[in-house]
Design a protein around this ligand. Structure first.
Ligand code: NAD
Length: 498
């Protein structure tokens, strides 16, 4: 595969970084050169923010009709469909995820654009009945303004689409900043936005490391909203940087997601979903079910089966049909995952399988880590509390429903979780008691563009997708119109007239 050149796009013009510096994007699978990406300077980011500000304050786009913007978003979906295979190939090359998974991701991206186009057509003013016939009072929706959109590397285009589609429907302008590891597909989206007819300056693309290319999007006074998906530590920084200008902040952060299995569950399905829930994409999923909470009476049966399944997972390259999951994103991430695992064992966790870099034919040049199960964990352990973002499952045991709920809620995170039980009343009770944004009952992992996604507690602020994901990009304005103007009569008549 020839390395592609990925450039910045500011005010509708593709350009190199002001100082000409580029970053090499190498495959996490075999270190081959996938792309070179312009590394934005502070001046480039400044120009991108200025372009978005001008397009919002002076350009036509925020004043387009809702229908015009929704038609545009549907055209984006059409073009994504046309280019789906090429986009999936680029996503797979940057991330080393299997082609089959990258194809699912692109299908999901298209569904997201379609969802928000549909939703925008249903967005109407809301009359407010104030009980007085002479008053026509209503809520109208207006774009928040200029947005900074910052994405992670695990689902690069999908996470960006959750921001770009509602921003366009709302009439916002924006600067996109994908992860420095995975810039290619956001640049392809940028090209599609231009082709679909997005006016110059409405969408802008900067690339590069967080401190230079991302940080101004959370601190610059010309930005009205920053929407960020990534790690908790970065999220805290972004929230702090946004505070002096009281920006609207949307954060989609990490998770430490419990997967609860009761003894009366369909164990065959539960075990299979526990394995998929944690080892899909080698654990590099915010909603990975990384904490197995299993009822004591079935503990050995479940854990032994999960370990056997984990040992059998086939690691490999993105184009090998035998591959079941791929490499970690970088050497630094591999080192972090290894340390997390070593620390867990030092803390008293029992290593049942994995626990080290995976090597062997076809794997030695990649950042592979063996699917890992850590048994005999307790809630106070770091491995139970912190996100590894790698293929690591911790095992804890419970005796009662109350204990399962208490354990599942006992982290600072609250993104997602799963409950397996044959007793649906109990499963629903537990689902309601869990302080997490998404709960799967007798299932694990599916999400829909129509349903809100987001975290409780330190897993985030706000919601993406659903209806809430559009309202993140909208201001609600109350317009009160009096059809029979009259004096207020408050002053000059001795106070209130009532
Ligand atoms: P990260 O926080 O390291 O980086 C995310 C983005 O932030 C990157 O584009 C990076 O360049 C940028 N960034 C870094 N420092 C910055 C700063 N000071 N100011 C502005 N931007 C900055 O996260 P990551 O490693 O790319 O992604 C993995 C994390 O994302 C995991 O914690 C995962 O759980 C989380 N995630 C959450 C969701 C969700 O829906 N909640 C979805 C996907 C990933």
């Amino acid at each position: 595969m020839n390395a592609v050149q990925v450039r910045l796009c500011i005010a509708g013009t593709w350009r190199d970084a002001a100082d000409g510096v580029v970053r090499e994007i190498r495959s996490p699978f075999d270190q081959s050169l996938v792309a070179t990406a312009a590394e934005a300077t502070a001046a480039d980011v400044d120009a991108a923010i200025a372009a978005a500000r001008t397009a919002f304050d002076e350009g036509p786009f925020p004043r387009w009709t809702q229908a015009e913007r929704c038609d545009l978003v549907d055209r984006v979906a059409d073009l994504l469909e046309r280019d789906a295979e090429a986009i999936a190939a680029a996503e797979s090359a940057d991330t080393a995820k299997r082609m089959v998974e990258a194809r699912y991701d692109v299908a999901d991206v298209i569904a997201v654009f379609r969802h928000f186009a549909r939703l925008g057509r249903d967005l109407h003013d809301r009359p407010v009945d104030v009980g007085r016939p002479e008053i026509a009072s209503r809520i109208v929706h207006e774009p928040v303004g200029v947005c900074g959109l910052i994405g992670p590397w695990n689902y690069p285009l999908l996470q960006m689409s959750w921001k770009v589609a509602p921003a366009l429907v709302a009439g916002c302008t924006f600067v996109m900043k994908p992860s420095e590891f995975t810039p290619s597909t956001t640049a392809m989206l940028m090209g599609i936005l231009i082709e679909a007819g997005v006016p110059d300056g409405v969408a802008n693309l900067v690339l590069g490391a967080g401190p230079v290319a991302g940080a101004p999007l959370s601190s610059d006074p010309r930005i009205d909203l920053v929407s960020f998906t990534g790690g908790l530590v970065t999220g805290r920084r972004i929230m702090a940087a946004a505070a002096p200008t009281v920006k609207r902040v949307a954060l989609e952060l990490g998770g430490k997601n419990p997967h609860i299995v009761f003894a009366d569950a369909d164990l065959d399905a539960a075990i299979d979903n526990v394995v998929t829930g944690v080892f899909l994409h080698s654990g590099q999923v915010c909603s990975s079910g990384t904490r197995l909470l299993v009822e004591r009476s079935i503990r050995d049966q479940v854990v032994d089966a999960v370990v056997a399944r984990a040992r059998a997972i086939r690691l490999g390259g993105p184009h090998d049909p035998a591959t079941e999951t791929g490499a970690l994103i970088s050497e630094a991430h591999l080192t972090k995952v290894q340390k997390y695992c070593d620390d867990a064992v030092a803390e008293g966790a029992v290593l049942r399988c994995g626990g080290r870099r995976a090597t062997g034919p076809g794997l030695d040049a990649g950042w592979f880590f063996e699917p890992t199960v850590l048994d005999a964990c307790t809630t106070t352990m770091r491995c139970v509390q912190d996100e590894s973002f790698g293929p690591i499952l911790t095992v804890e045991v419970f005796d009662t429903e109350e204990q399962a709920v208490a354990l599942a809620n006992d982290t600072i995170y609250g993104l997602s979780g799963g409950v397996w039980s044959g007793d649906l009343e109990r499963a629903d009770r537990v689902a309601r008691a869990l302080r997490h944004g998404t709960i799967w009952v007798n299932d694990y992992g599916p999400y829909r563009p129509e349903a809100e996604w987001g975290g409780y507690k330190q897993s985030g602020v706000g919601r993406e997708l659903g209806i809430g994901g559009l309202h993140e990009y909208l201001e609600a304005k109350h317009i009160w119109r009096n059809t029979t103007p009259a004096r207020s009569g408050w002053f000059g008549s001795g106070g209130a007239t009532a």
